[in-house]
Design a protein around this ligand. Structure first.
Ligand code: 3PG
Ligand code: MG
Length: 398
């Protein structure tokens, strides 16, 4: 891959100790992994290195432990889940540095896979403390980063190690970077972005960057209300950041200057309460009742967004169009996701989606597998889309 060293550049790894940073920060309920996607994504890198007879040593964080080791945030159950998905034995060491790590590494044979305990059990990790990074590096000859979704963190295991050991992008990191490049770096045009979610305040940098890069920006979700209100539309009781009206207007001005069309809803699904099956009606966006809340975009808006998708060669998507967690307010997100999926299959649309709720929304629409690429990254995906350099990616550049 242009610009980055990958496993294609790593050379012979037989007998080498390879420290592989993975993101195993997966959702767990009652001790069970509820969404194994991130584990599945790192299997190719682990299997490839193990097949080539490397000693594969996995580094990862789990949760946000505050005060050192916390059994509730141990990676041990995740090691078992990883072994089951990988179909190979995964050994576990109770610390990522010191004697437990060194002893476990010394006992490895070629091709073995070992997971070290949560790197965030040490304060040095998040501080990118050189002494901690050095202690991690003592167990490795080479470093592979396969954790794009943690690459917005400049931590010892995501950034620091690349300064001490020869560093390479793993297969998932590579796939993420290639997909993002196709989506926004050097996309086929026209390129459109769909941005939804509750709040403008968390996505100002994203919107400001996107209007400079895309031909049309579709705004949905609660944040569309802020734009509508800024334009003078009465949004009733809808979620709306009235204090961000100036920001919304500024984004619309930037868009006009850059030749980017801003696509706002022309109708909405309105209810008086936000609960499953609440009575709702479709209204034109100028007719939202004073006591109504817009909880989804309406059918005319869906048609309009789908028409924009039909004209696009590339689509990037972050955030749901409505309150998709609760039916019937999932209708627009599901309809547009299915349309984008069918254009991807049938018309060669390049569709790249990512960020927290987005993956859940696409899974809910049962189309995640039909997009060109769905990133498992939350914050890292957003920061990349904001045009910010990610420390864990920068350090892998040639
Ligand atoms: C994530 O789950 O978004 C990544 O693993 C990063 O985790 P963090 O937000 O706790 O750094
Ligand atoms: Mg996060």
């Amino acid at each position: 891959m242009a610009g980055f060293k990958t496993l294609d550049d790593i050379g012979p790894v037989k007998d080498k100790r390879v420290l592989v940073r993975v993101d195993l920060n997966v959702p767990v309920a009652d001790g069970k992994v509820t969404d194994p996607t991130r584990i599945e994504r790192v299997v190719p890198t682990i299997a490839e290195l193990s097949d080539k007879a490397a000693k594969v040593i996995l580094l990862a964080h789990f949760g946000r432990p505050k005060d050192g080791p916390d059994p509730k945030q141990s990676l041990k159950p995740i090691a078992a889940a990883t072994a089951a998905i990988l179909g190979r034995d995964v050994k576990f060491a109770s610390d990522c540095i010191g004697a437990p790590a060194a002893d476990a590494v010394a006992a490895m044979r070629d091709g073995d896979v070992l997971m070290l305990e949560n790197t965030r059990f040490h304060k040095g990790e998040e501080k990118n403390d050189p002494a901690f990074t050095k202690a991690l590096a003592e167990n490795g000859d080479l470093y592979v980063n396969d954790a794009f979704s943690a690459a917005h963190r400049a931590h010892s295991s995501t950034e620091g190690l690349a300064h001490l050991l020869p560093a390479y992008a793993g297969r998932t990191m590579q796939a993420e970077l290639e997909a993002l490049e196709k989506g926004l770096g050097d996309p086929r045009r026209p390129v459109i972005a769909i941005v939804g979610g509750a709040k403008v305040s968390t996505k100002i940098d994203l919107l400001m960057n996107l209007v400079k890069k895309v031909d049309a920006l579709v705004i949905g979700g609660g944040m569309a209300n802020t734009f509508l209100a800024a334009r003078g539309t009465n949004v009733g009781e809808s979620l709306c950041e009235h204090d961000l009206a100036d920001t919304a207007r500024q984004i619309m001005i930037e868009a006009a200057g850059a030749g980017c069309a801003i696509v706002l809803p022309s109708d909405g699904v309105v209810a008086k309460e936000f609960k499953a099956g609440a009575a709702s009606e479709v209204v034109g966006i100028e007719n939202v009742p004073a006591d109504g809340m817009i909880l989804d975009v309406g059918p005319k808006s869906i048609e309009n967004v789908n028409a924009w998708i039909d004209r696009a060669a590339t689509l990037v998507w972050n955030g749901p169009l409505g309150a998709f967690e609760i039916a019937p307010f999932d209708a627009a997100t599901v309809a547009v996701a299915r349309h984008a999926a069918s254009r991807t299959k049938g018309a060669g649309l390049v569709s790249v989606a990512g960020g927290g709720d987005t993956v859940a929304a696409l899974n809910h629409a049962a189309v995640a597998d039909d997009f060109t690429y769905v990133s498992t990254a939350g914050g890292a995906f957003l920061e990349w889309m904001e045009g910010k350099p990610l420390p864990g990616v920068e350090v892998l550049k040639r």
